[in-house]
Design a protein around this ligand. Structure first.
Ligand code: ADP
Ligand code: GLC
Length: 484
């Protein structure tokens, strides 16, 4: 029997080890889906404290030559839930520190992020180069390197200068984060001076890690077909549109799937009441339980709007702030869970103080509560200005909570207006409001509402289909490398 295809999937986040957003969800569920299809997909993650703590059965597999006083080791362990193998880059000077993966506890970027993620990228490339001292210690040889976002952007550049032993693929999860640094850092990255060029990692006089990924990798994917088109033009190309246009024949949009085991209303352990599309009593109870948990009026008829989100400009939540009076005037309620920009945090907190029985705002990160909002709300608001894919709208559909979204990126590809959710194309608070009114009209028609809920809940949003698209792509890239 031929051996399986080996994929090294490098990311800076993977749930449940470390997470700031959807990248972490995808980095855990896609590798698991690939393994279900028979591939030997392994993760490479930075050794943040939570990764070292939560990863199971960690064992050293290699020592890495790094600056003298900074011991660096590669460990191999497993994901706690799926048992996907994980290489952990244990580099205490780079990754063992308080705060989040990119910022300290006060929200300031770590000053050495360029060096930290260059190290991650460099180790990824070394693992893929059979001639490297590192690969000789690991005894496992990837056939293709799958990179994700700017944090891993330099890996295809390192691989290029190692003679391109295997193909690489870069997935854009969000083009807004590009990893842009001063060119002065180039000598510290260990890349040749010639790489600082338009045909390289130079980006308007700076170095952009993401640009390196987009330029040097053999293929580019992004997380929805619509976003793949949007990023080839202004404004969503965010400066990279020229390169993306040039590479459009090597750019594919593959819609993310969701982890249907974690996000399953019939077995979700975060809920006191489970349910399926066949019997929705558990959803009604989940709504009352959520209203109780959040101190909202226990009014079964009040349309309850939910939001779980990073509170950033991207997500269009300033339009929601403007719609709150209207929602309340229609007897509605609003539950928000999120962290992010201070102005939005303050605004939502103020609204909750002004309307304690109709608006609840939790500034913080709380996985259990995110599940309870998905289950207890009637309508999920996600009016993003742009959204590469978005996962919450799909979680909502699975929980019978109809998403109300802006038609952009993955939201356009996963929500069909009037069928399994609601959508609008404009970019004003008024456009959002008109769609809220439309959704409320259907909410007050229980039969029509139930029909839409059932359609949403019965959709197949699993990884199966999209994971096969990645397999086809890896197979094509590997074949092309062998024939060249
Ligand atoms: P993005 O990656 O742009 O933030 P996604 O919709 O792809 O958007 O993914 C966001 C993920 O982060 C979802 O799993 C969502 O439930 C989770 N999330 C966001 N904010 C919070 C929060 N405050 N508490 C718990 N989970 C959150
Ligand atoms: C990014 C995007 C989001 C996407 C996620 C996973 O964080 O903002 O739209 O769902 O990555 O691909």
């Amino acid at each position: 029997m031929p051996r399986p295809i080996n994929i090294l999937f490098v990311s800076s986040e993977a749930r449940p080890l470390i997470k700031t957003g959807g990248l972490a969800d995808v980095s855990s569920s896609l590798p698991a889906a690939l393994r279900d299809l028979g591939l030997d997909c392994r993760l490479l993650l930075p050794g943040y404290p939570s990764v070292l703590e939560r990863c199971i059965a960690l064992t050293p597999v290699a020592n890495i030559a790094a600056p003298a006083d900074t011991p660096v080791q590669l460990l191999l362990g497993q994901m706690p839930d799926t048992h996907v193998p994980v290489y952990v880059l244990d580099a205490p000077h780079a990754f063992q520190r308080p705060g989040g993966p990119y910022q300290d506890a006060s929200g300031t970027e770590h000053p050495d992020n360029a060096e930290r993620f260059a190290l991650l990228s460099r180790i990824a490339a070394q693992l893929c180069d059979p001639h490297s001292a590192l690969a000789k210690q690991t005894h496992w040889h990837p056939d293709c390197l799958h990179c994700n976002d700017w944090q891993t952007g330099l890996a295809p550049a390192y691989l290029h200068y190692a003679g391109r032993p295997i193909p690489s693929l870069t997935t854009i999860h969000n083009l807004a984060f590009q990893g842009v640094y001063d060119p002065d850092i180039l000598p510290r990255l260990g890349l040749p001076a010639e790489s600082f060029a338009i045909h390289g990692l130079e980006y308007y006089g700076s170095i952009a890690f993401l640009k390196a990924g987009l330029f040097y990798s053999d293929w580019i994917t992004t997380v929805s077909p619509t976003y793949a088109l949007e990023i080839q033009a202004e404004p969503l190309g965010m400066g990279m549109q020229g390169l993306l246009q040039q590479r459009s024949h090597q750019l594919t949009g593959i819609l993310n799937g969701i982890n249907t085991a974690d996000w399953n209303p019939s077995s979700d352990l975060h809920l006191a009441h489970n349910y399926t599309y066949r019997g929705m009593a558990g959803k009604r109870r989940s709504k009352t339980a959520l209203q109780t948990e959040l101190g909202l009026n226990k009014d079964a008829a009040a349309p309850l709007f939910g939001i779980v989100s990073r509170l950033t400009h991207q997500k269009g939540l300033d339009w929601v702030v403007q719609a709150v009076d209207g929602i309340l005037a229609q007897g509605g309620q609003l539950a928000i869970l999120g962290t992010g920009e201070p102005e939005l945090e303050v605004r939502f907190k103020q609204l909750a103080q002004q309307h304690p029985h109709s608006v609840a705002a939790f500034i913080g990160y709380d996985e259990g509560r995110s599940h309870r909002i998905e289950a207890g709300a009637d309508i999920f608001l996600m009016p993003s200005r742009f959204e590469p894919c978005g996962l919450n709208q799909m979680y909502s559909q699975r929980y019978g909570t109809l998403p109300l979204v802006r038609t952009t990126g993955g939201l356009a590809d996963s929500v069909t207006d009037g069928k399994d959710g609601f959508s609008f194309a404009g970019d004003t608070a008024h456009a959002l409001w008109l769609t809220i009114e439309r959704a409320l009209a259907i909410y007050h028609d229980p039969k029509a509402w139930r029909r839409m809920q059932q359609t949403a809940m019965r959709k197949d949003m699993s990884w199966e289909h999209s994971a096969r698209e990645y397999v086809a792509l890896y197979t094509q890239l590997i074949a092309a490398t062998h024939s060249s």
